[in-house]
Design a protein around this ligand. Sequence first.
Ligand SMILES: [Zn+2]
Length: 416
Amino acid sequence: MKLFYADHFVLPLPPGHRFPMEKYARLRERLAASGHFGANDFHVPAAASDTEILRAHDAGYLQRIVRGTLDAHEARRIGFPWSEAMVERSRRSAGATLAACRAALDSGCAANLAGGTHHAFRDRGEGFCVFNDAAIAALTLRAEGRVERIAIIDCDVHQGNGTAAILAKRPDCFTFSIHGARNYPFEKETSDLDVELPDGTGDVGYLDALDEALIPVFASQPRLVIYLAGADPFEDDRLGRLKLTKAGLAARDELVLSECRRRNLPVAIAMAGGYARQIDDTVSIHAATIETARRVFTSASTSPENPPLPPPATPRTPRELAKQQHRAPTETEPGASAPGPFSRSGGAAGRKCRALPVCASARRLGANVCPPPPRAPRRPRPPAPPMQRTARAPARAGKIVHVRDRRAAAGRKAAP
Ligand SMILES: [Zn+2]
């Protein structure tokens, strides 16, 4: 698995600056020390060229960045003092996501050990974001004809407002953001799919909402996913408000990545935000994302360099564990008369177990099925009319605030 990292990512900042810049170098060190990645796995990305950047940004904005002629308001909105190193860092970070996309198309999965600068708009930067790496990568790959459609799965706690705005008129780029409703930006843009979650949502509510939201994301029929695996939904993050545990974040990664793997969908990962009180927590969360990707994307490989990994001896993702903790006993278990929030009466047929091996509850039922799911079985939803906001049933923990169906706008048939 290729990991893209450049020393340029660590931008020298004035003392006391609140951005945890050192996390990038520490992440690289952590992964190098893990024993799972060799020197050959780390690659220095090329800087994004003007041509590539201009696919997502205005020429005037690029010029102001390169020449250092941003006005005070523009510079303050970005949050980093201008320097040539800042320009180079921004180019390298965008170049790393583009390189990770190319590598993912070749080998299944790759990662930028920085990136996820999703608050950068076409004509401005904000929130520590100068160039929008995901938009630059997506538009460059489209311009080169390397992929037909791309989905951006943005799990940073902040909405991917810049990405949504830049790609608003691109039916070939599906933008999905799941974020804290009360987190910055306070005026949200409209992605193809936004899921806003209330403060303190926690693991189970988050994963349930994400699980449901991935249905329309994959229905957009992407051929490449760019996954922003922000560490800032973490419970001890200084900025995030969603209160996920590390186990919950690992389960989030497992869900997104295994669903992509199951569909043979290449994934390029960018780290995005992370502002935990202890920087080591942020580094651990990012490292866990990369470890999960390595495991998920090598476990089914048959190549000699990547022999298949054995399935975990004990089950399952923390998500399933969390659900089991909240699940009522089945009819075959003691205490079946005390339903919990995830119980469903009626004994409907179970669904095929998505965990390998099947979960303990399924084994207790003596079949390759999980207990009845906590909500009605998935079914494809009909496409919305072009550019129409569609009211949807609220998800269990959050609510899907709007869906703008650009596939219909483009006259394409909705995927099943
Ligand atoms: Zn963030």
